[in-house]
Design a protein around this ligand. Structure first.
Ligand code: FAQ
Length: 313
């Protein structure tokens, strides 16, 4: 490690080189700020839109226990969205503008949430695979170079670990149940496996942001590295569960010490990210309706704040 006293580098470059954290008060290149706002906003939007596929099942959960667990999980996702929006605000982003960017399609959210949740087994598979992929991608973000984002990720990752376990536990229970329950689980795994692999983003050769984000230590691993890690992690979990992963090319490669896996349908990924997935229109419409329905809450909160400020003055 370099000695800060004899290191001629100062400012932003020095913070990055010494693996310290950039804080909101520090000077930073405009492009660093813009990249972070893009990534953090996309991440926040994903958490908020991500409440929908599971939220649908809250009133349909098969028992009070399952309903309470699911309600808590979906509430956690709302909380993650809020921490992340707050982190984006420390970079100068405006919250109303971010909300508008989501609803107008100016900013993206994760492709994964544009797929439907057809049965209650999907709740388990979302926990196992979607939260599992999210953790794999997000644990390294606890060491991302921007302080407020890194600190938000620590708490988010702890909660995502609970989410992943609750999904796996639900699937374990279903796999010990009836034949049709086992079929439901396998069907859900078949539908979510490939979209979960797409969560890690385009292949490294087609990822325009990776090189610069790695140099700035926003990202600590490339998209393909994390995707491979997720595949290697999931195979023994699928075996323990007793489900098959829907990829005939998936096999252990002793030479690489990793699993080989089949080609992802990148045309599907581009379609879904481009707005033409199975549920894109519905997800955005539901978000817009919720925002409009909540207008009176925002107005009341603003009126209350103005009144309190008036009283204090
Ligand atoms: N979907 O150059 P790259 C969760 C975009 S949270 C849609 O590789 P980058 C919790 C990308 O933004 C899930 N768009 O980009 C939960 C870029 O856009 P641009 C969300 C995607 O940023 C669980 C363009 O493509 N997690 O699941 C996707 O270096 C259960 C080029 O890509 C995060 O957001 C995609 N899959 O790497 C909630 C984690 N992939 O520049 C509820 C933080 C890429 O054209 C239930 N984000 N794009 O506007 C990251 O780690 C990174 O942003 C990556 C993409 C790895 C996602």
């Amino acid at each position: 490690m370099s000695d800060p006293m004899s290191d001629p580098m100062t400012g932003f470059d020095a913070i990055i080189a010494r693996d310290q954290r950039v804080e909101p008060r520090d000077e930073m290149p405009d492009a660093y700020r813009a990249t972070l706002i893009r990534q953090i906003a996309q991440h926040a939007h994903s958490e908020i839109i991500g409440m929908q596929p599971e939220g649908y099942w809250i009133t349909r959960a098969p028992s009070l226990r399952r309903k309470a667990i699911l309600l808590a999980k979906v509430q956690d996702e709302a909380g993650h969205g809020l921490y992340l929006y707050a982190a984006a605000e420390t970079l100068g982003a405006d919250r109303d503008d971010l909300t508008d960017a989501l609803m107008s399609g100016r900013q993206k959210y994760s492709s994964i949430f544009n797929y439907p949740s057809l049965t209650f087994a999907d709740v388990g598979v979302i926990g196992w695979l979607v939260d599992g992929a999210a953790i794999c991608n997000q644990v390294p973000l606890c060491r991302t170079s921007y302080g407020p984002y890194a600190r938000a990720m620590i708490r988010i990752c702890k909660e995502e670990s609970f989410h992943q376990r609750q999904g796996y536990e639900l699937l374990m229970t279903m796999m010990r149940g009836t034949g049709s329950q086992r079929e439901m689980v396998q069907d859900a795994v078949d539908r979510w496996w490939w979209p979960a692999l797409m969560m890690f983003g385009p292949p490294d050769g087609e990822s325009p942001n990776s090189a610069r984000s790695m140099a700035w230590k926003i990202k600590r691993h490339t998209n393909d590295e994390l995707r491979q890690r997720f595949v290697d992690m999931s195979v023994p979990q699928a075996d323990a569960l007793g489900v098959a992963l829907p990829d005939p090319e998936l096999r252990w490669n002793a030479e690489r010490g990793r699993h080989d896996f089949g080609e992802i349908d990148w045309a599907e990924f581009r379609r879904v990210v481009g707005g033409d997935g199975p549920c894109n229109a519905e997800r955005v419409a539901v978000r817009r309706a919720a925002h409009e329905d909540g207008a009176w809450v925002r107005e009341a909160a603003a009126a209350h704040a103005a009144k309190s400020a008036g009283r204090a003055a």
